[in-house]
Design a protein around this ligand. Sequence first.
Ligand SMILES: Nc1nc2c(c(=O)[nH]1)N[C@H]1C(S)=C(S)[C@@H](COP(=O)(O)OP(=O)(O)OC[C@H]3O[C@@H](n4cnc5c(N)ncnc54)[C@H](O)[C@@H]3O)O[C@H]1N2
Ligand code: MOO
Length: 393
Amino acid sequence: MISVSEAKKILNDHLILGKRIFVDLGAANGLVLAEDIFSPIDIPSFDNSAMDGYAIFWQEGNPLRQLRPISKSKAGDMEVLTLDQNEAIRIFTGAPVPAGADTVIPQEWVKIENGQLVFDPEKFRKGANFRAKGAQNKSGDLIAKKGSPITPGMVGLLASVGMEKIHVYSPPAVGIILTGDELEEIGKPLEFGKIYNANGPILESYLHQLGIHAIQIGKAIDDPEKLQEKINDYLGKYDILILSGGISVGEYDYVKEGLRKAGVKELFYKVRQKPGKPLFVGQRENQWVFALPGNPASTLTCFQQYVKPCLEAWIGKSEVWKPSGYFPLAEDFDKNANLTFFLKAKLEDGKVIVLPGQESFNLISYGSANCIAEVGEEVQFLEKGSKVNIYEW
Ligand SMILES: Nc1nc2c(c(=O)[nH]1)N[C@H]1C(S)=C(S)[C@@H](COP(=O)(O)OP(=O)(O)OC[C@H]3O[C@@H](n4cnc5c(N)ncnc54)[C@H](O)[C@@H]3O)O[C@H]1N2
Ligand code: MOO
């Protein structure tokens, strides 16, 4: 059995990067940029108004001269009007500022008296409400770096400069095999001896959260031949294979042998941790295989701690092993075991509260947990206030 840090080092030494592909901007949220982006245009691409009001030429010392409002400029107008020194042009937010104008006075601050524009010049400065061409970025500027996560904000930035398609690292297609004769699907009545399948929905929602949508979920009953067929079939079709259950030492735990027969090379089996001790990870050429222990808290923890970083690295993310933070415990914690503990926890007001129901079958605290807290294998007891690593979802 190896330690958590040894397991993570082995995975880090075997990371696989997805293929570089060209996708529509709208389909890239959650992925990572596989290229530097230089803006093809100035943004704004023309001088325009930040307010509905009047565009004027600000004459220092004499801004409030006799200004006559003349024609209008609204957003979408393709003609740039020209402004004479003693004119004001009615203008609307986003509209081109007339040539010769440099300041916009919002309409709430303006009165028209005897055909003249009147406002308090003390309240404004030259350049007010004027959005200059190139104020966001100039044509040719580096606006987004390779390796940056594509967030809704990034999508907005790239759309604003007119990027239609971008290079990203292709998210993997993931096959999931749920093992166990006891599994019943949600929506069906629960007969004695059966349990609802929680691991399938856990894995599917986690994959969606990572921007991975090509997912196939299948089941295998506790029969070595049927399981073998499923393993061979899924390894032929998907980049990554995740299995849940059947990886411990019971008589019906056929997963490890099935993977060996399918040519999967073991990277490690069993980690000194709770939950999730009998975790198996292997590879077959450029494919990952994760066999997660069937207890739902073991499946969830192993996904968060090991599968998620490998998938993030696959789509080009960096610093994938880094905890989300390091915070003090709200209460003493007595561990008394030589295993790393991954605890259902809640970070609240800067303190880590260890939640009840830490057994690996027990999901009750996942309704309120916002992180998993890590207590290292060498630690037996932690006093209130001792700091621990936390991993947000
Ligand atoms: N003699 C030993 N027994 C066990 C050991 C051990 O070291 N010696 N390890 C225990 C630990 S720790 C874990 S974790 C489990 C892992 O077992 P498996 O990976 O073989 O998983 P199963 O036996 O198939 O199932 C375990 C448990 O999880 C439930 N389960 C399975 N799939 C689902 C699902 N999709 N949704 C919800 N719950 C699921 C299943 O019904 C079992 O209760 O082994 C211990 N045993
Ligand atoms: O490792 Mo198991 O997950 O303790 O139940």
